[in-house]
Design a binder for this molecule. Structure first.
Ligand SMILES: Nc1ncnc2c1ncn2[C@@H]1O[C@H](COP(=O)(O)OP(=O)(O)O)[C@@H](O)[C@H]1O
Ligand SMILES: [Mg+2]
Length: 249
């Protein structure tokens, strides 16, 4: 037991449509830590994220504690209001709402009304930090955007919201290398005051973001945890070692 955990997952089983996808997962994330979750396609990475944020499509058994509170008993809105943000693998479009107004509305609700000058200063500073295309700020959210632009839009929201726990699903898919470098630097800055769960199936990302721990998820269970050397091993050998063990055992 770790009293200073931000997120503590204990013996978590997750199912969708009567199919068990995660089979007893444990994870501990503290403030200031970046945890990378790696695993082959279909291993359950996005399912884990959805279970943490409370997506009602998934049913869970086990405990998910956020700052000691039993969030597995709370709905998704409540969990988000406590400070958990999920940057989706495939962000959704919201016609009629601009990115700028979405961020402003959210921040007004969360922190109380901020002056326009103050809000714009903060937005400008993060826009520059990640090299976000300013034209997109006043466009409808994720409507007619490329995959990479949608990802950047999610990253901008994440950095403006500054959640205590950020779950980021495959940022490296769809971002060009310059954007990836800038976003990575911004995530490292965010992580000083937050906990971060990074989901990726490529190791390229670790050139730019130094994870505290790397966890390997195969067939709905963590099979190994370690440092960056684990990601290097995956880069060389793929997931075959764990898949073989599973098949032969
Ligand atoms: N809502 C759902 N209904 C049924 N099966 C699902 C659902 N979500 C995920 N799955 C299944 O669970 C497994 C893990 O999916 P997912 O968590 O998306 O994997 P990953 O993100 O690691 O690629 C896959 O076999 C997928 O088809
Ligand atoms: Mg996924």
């Amino acid at each position: 037991m770790s009293p200073h955990s931000l997120l503590e997952i204990r013996d978590l089983y997750v199912s969708a449509k009567d199919k068990e996808i995660l089979h007893g997962v444990n994870l501990n994330v503290r403030q200031g830590e970046i945890h990378s979750i790696m695993g082959p396609n279909g291993s359950g990475k996005s399912t884990l994220s959805n279970a943490i944020i409370g997506n009602p499509t998934y049913t869970t058994k086990g405990r998910i504690l956020f700052k000691g509170r039993k969030i597995h008993l709370m709905n998704a809105d409540k969990r988000a209001s406590l400070g958990i943000f999920f940057a989706f693998q495939s962000p959704v479009a919201i016609p009629g709402v601009s990115l700028r107004s979405l961020i402003r509305t959210f921040l007004n609700e969360k922190r109380g009304k901020q002056s326009y000058e103050e809000f714009n200063r903060e937005l400008e500073s993060i826009t520059s930090l990640i090299g976000f295309n300013r034209e997109l700020l006043n466009k409808e959210l994720n409507v007619k955007l490329s995959g990479g632009e949608k990802k950047m839009s999610e990253m901008l929201q994440l950095l403006m919201f500054r959640p205590e726990l950020a779950i980021i699903d495959e940022i490296d898919s769809g971002l060009d290398i310059d954007a990836l470098k800038r976003v990575s630097r911004a995530i490292e800055l965010l992580s000083k005051k937050s906990g971060v769960i990074l989901i990726t199936h490529h190791t390229t990302l670790h050139k730019y973001i130094q994870p505290t721990q790397v966890h390997v998820l195969v067939n709905g269970a963590f099979v190994e945890s370690g440092g960056i050397e684990l990601a290097d091993k995956i880069e060389r050998e793929g997931y075959s070692a764990w898949l073989k063990k599973k098949n032969s055992g």
